[in-house]
Design a protein around this ligand. Structure first.
Ligand SMILES: Nc1ncnc2c1ncn2[C@@H]1O[C@H](COP(=O)(O)OP(=O)(O)OP(=O)(O)O)[C@@H](O)[C@H]1O
Ligand SMILES: [Mg+2]
Length: 280
């Protein structure tokens, strides 16, 4: 099967900063591909290369087997790559249907005038939301009255409706509570079942594990590779995200300190444990 999207040896440099180095990745239709990694690992840089915000410094992106260049976010969108950012570009005071069609308003002709077709927009918005399993009572309701999870779902439904082949979600659950996250995870699965290739970026291994088919782990701009669900465990992914070697080095250091100064060692260990247990 040809991947929907493939990266071969993609690198991205910002002056002396190496944000990505020799990344290989393949995303297939009908799968959820999780992109994992700690802060600064290069996740956002990678999706910016895929969504036309940045050009790779080296390497090549392929879409359905053909080399492709995304000149702008609009260009990537036109080629079927829809990206939903955490801070959604939505207008809270405007209705759900208005936001659904933002930038692509349906028009109707009334005599010599061309008007926004509100009835069509409302009908499509309601139907499309229903298809991914969300029942909106009133498409004229302002988006600001929706919960965070519901807003994410509007963005997902919109991408599906406008024919996206690849749906990229950058940390869609990071600002959400447990129930809201579950809602968004459900829509991610819906999008996959409709044949999209979904790239799901998250810090949360549990969220990734719940919906992911494949996992790519980035660490300091490099890839640990791609793993199928049956090839890895949640603990291994977590270990890779945290940078296994660094933790081992820390353990050695702590051991040395412990021999000389048990009090300092205990303090450092306590601090490290706190860091590790911080959410995100
Ligand atoms: N425009 C830029 N100019 C210079 N350096 C950049 C730029 N964008 C990203 N970087 C650097 O590239 C590295 C990777 O950043 P990136 O935002 O891709 O990480 P991330 O995995 O998305 O992290 P987070 O989880 O914090 O969102 C960081 O060291 C960052 O400082
Ligand atoms: Mg990021």
């Amino acid at each position: 099967m040809t991947p929907l999207i493939e990266l071969r040896k993609v690198s991205k440099y910002f002056g002396p900063v190496v944000s990505l180095k020799d990344i290989d990745m393949r995303v297939y239709a009908g799968e959820v591909h999780c992109l994992l990694g700690d802060n600064g690992a290069g996740k956002s840089t990678l999706i910016k290369a895929l969504s036309g915000v940045h050009q790779p410094s080296e390497g090549q992106i392929y879409m359905e087997g053909q080399p492709v260049v995304f000149n702008s976010p609009r260009d990537a969108l036109d080629k079927g790559i829809a990206t939903v950012y955490q801070d959604l570009a939505m207008l809270p005071l405007m209705s759900i249907s208005r936001n659904f069609f933002l930038g692509r308003e349906p028009k109707k002709k009334v005599g010599p005038f061309t008007l926004y077709d509100a009835a069509f927009a409302a009908q499509v918005a309601r139907e499309e939301m229903k298809k991914i399993g969300i029942d909106i009572r009133d498409p004229d309701q302002p988006v600001g009255t929706l919960s965070g999870g519901e807003r994410q779902s509007v963005a997902i439904a919109r991408a599906v409706y406008f024919g996206a082949k690849v749906l990229i979600l950058d940390e869609p659950t990071s600002a959400l509570g447990v129930k809201e996250s579950a809602v968004v995870l459900k829509y991610i699965v819906q999008a996959k079942l409709r044949g999209l290739g979904v790239i799901f970026i998250t810090h949360n291994v549990h969220h990734a594990w719940a919906v992911g088919d494949t996992f790519t782990v980035l660490n300091r701009g490099r890839s640990y590779g791609t793993f199928k669900k049956e090839e890895a465990t949640r603990e291994q992914l977590l270990q890779m995200m945290a940078g296994g070697e660094e933790l081992e080095a820390l353990a050695v250091e702590l051991d040395l300190i412990a021999k000389k100064d048990p009090t300092t060692a205990a303090q450092i260990e306590h601090k490290a444990a706190e860091e590790l247990h911080k959410p995100n």
